[in-house]
Design a protein around this ligand. Structure first.
Ligand code: PGA
Length: 260
């Protein structure tokens, strides 16, 4: 078991109105122990960020946006910028989620600019990488992830790479109920670290968080946590209910979860 902090991140995607966000936190704040001895980050839709700031209260949890544009301001209708989400108390921002890449056609260059902009504004980018089912079946999963990492980090100095967090999310496992085996997830999270060691240094690679995402549930989280290169999970569907998000954290932390 590594010394890196374990991290559980909730990606709500395009779910929850402000009223539903309030309902989530009204229940979630009653769970003692959440965020103590591990990291919890909630990524609500942008419309709920201001509410989350008020609802978190004394809970030791952080929040972030699911996306941002790389420019600070200007004629970019529909976009939100780093300064805007920073003002709402965000510590993090998801960058390069596969739904952004696949549905909204974000390119490697777009993602690189966003990573740089996040750092410029003191936000921690959680950079998502992962292969399609076709790429996995064709034996190209490793190449895809190595290429995505190299492209997103081109020109990013070590000081910023060291403040970046990573999520390996195989696209075929997202929202499908078909989670990657713990062995496959370990292999790919290990590969992320190997690539970071090549691009930067072994020290940097062993210091950054690498999460697994894709159909993580209370029933399968424990096996991932046994893997040396997996530091936690980025959770979509199973993070929408406070009780199942809590169960994931509890099952992941085992006896290290203390509700007192
Ligand atoms: P899922 O989503 O847990 O619903 O598979 C994960 C993600 O997209 O981050």
């Amino acid at each position: 078991m590594s010394m890196r902090e374990k991290i559980f991140a909730a990606n709500w995607k395009m779910n929850k109105t402000v009223a539903e966000t309030e309902a989530f936190f009204q229940e979630f704040v009653n769970y003692p122990g959440v965020g103590r001895g591990h990291g919890v980050i909630v990524f609500p839709p942008a419309t709920s960020l201001a509410a989350v700031r008020g609802l978190v209260g004394a809970m030791p949890i952080r929040w972030g946006a699911q996306n941002m544009y790389s420019k600070d301001s200007g004629a970019f209708t529909g976009e939100i910028s780093g300064p805007m989400i920073r003002e709402l108390g965000c510590s993090h921002v998801l960058i390069g989620h596969s739904e952004r890449r696949e549905i909204f056609r974000e390119t490697d260059e777009d993602i690189r600019e966003k990573v740089k902009a996040a750092h410029k504004h003191g936000l921690i980018p959680m950079l998502c990488v992962g292969e399609t089912l076709g790429e996995r079946k064709g034996g190209q999963a490793a190449d895809k992830v190595v290429r995505q990492l190299a492209a997103a980090l081109q020109g990013v100095p070590a000081s910023e790479a060291a403040r970046t967090q990573f999520a390996y999310e195989p696209i075929w496992a997202i929202g499908t109920g078909l989670n990657a085996s713990s062995a496959d997830a370990q292999e790919m999270c290990g590969l992320v670290r190997k690539q970071l060691a090549q691009l930067y240094s072994g020290e940097l690679a062993s210091g950054v968080p690498v999460l697994y995402g894709g159909s993580v549930k209370p029933e399968n989280i424990a096996e991932y946590m046994l893997q040396p290169d997996i530091d936690g999970a980025l959770i979509g569907g199973a993070s929408l209910q406070p009780s199942s998000f809590l169960s994931i954290i509890k099952n992941a932390m085992g006896s290290r979860f203390s509700a007192s």
